[in-house]
Write a protein that binds this ligand. Structure first.
Ligand SMILES: [Zn+2]
Length: 194
């Protein structure tokens, strides 16, 4: 793992993998994915432990199947960051870019941002541009992760049909290749739109 400190409180953590890399054999991939998710959770915990209030915002691309990297993922996460900062009208005090086997995650900490306000802004970014549907913008407060229910909104829709995304995923209603292609197209749109 490479840890580079760019400037105060701005970190880049990465195990650089190309978006085009093919996935290792399934058991290896699963172990790597679990370890990568654990690393992400650890970074979240470390950032949150630095303050008693505020919230952590994590921007990721929701990549179906594996590998968890996909073309343009880092660029689009940064575009989403700009949208979020503009919408929330606030600056982060900690910014960590984590790239590992779980994909790209940008973690931003806001010591004085209300978690509900952050969740609403995150949902705006997820729903306003068409490509926002490919993103996951999670808001994590000290007492846990916020859900769409916390802001009285229904669950997210699937990117291919109008059903609830979780149900389509659980029942494996769509071909992974089709889902990945849909995400790929959305990320390309995001880059063209800017
Ligand atoms: Zn569906």
């Amino acid at each position: 793992m490479n840890v580079q400190k760019n400037e105060t409180d701005h970190l880049e953590i990465g195990h650089r993998t190309s978006a085009a890399n093919s996935a290792p054999a399934a058991p290896d991939f699963l172990c790597q994915l679990l370890a990568a998710r654990e690393e992400r959770a650890l970074v979240q915990k470390n950032i949150l432990s630095s303050s008693s209030g505020g919230c952590l915002v994590q921007i990721t691309v929701n990549v179906p199947g594996c590998p968890k990297r996909i073309e343009n993922d880092e660029a689009v996460v940064q575009i989403a960051e700009a949208f979020f900062l503009r919408g929330a009208n606030v600056r982060e005090t900690v910014r960590v870019s984590l790239v590992n086997g779980a994909g790209v995650a940008l973690l931003l900490f806001f010591p004085s941002l209300d978690p509900i306000a952050a969740k609403k802004t995150g949902i705006d970014v997820e729903s306003t541009p068409l490509w926002g549907r490919a993103l996951d913008i999670d808001v994590i407060a000290r007492n846990g992760i916020l859900t769409r229910k916390d802001v009285s909104l229904p669950a997210r829709r699937c990117i291919l049909c109008e059903n609830e995304a979780k149900i389509c995923a659980r029942e494996r209603r769509h071909d992974i290749g089709e889902l990945r292609d849909a995400v790929r197209r959305m990320l390309t749109c995001a880059q063209v739109e800017i």
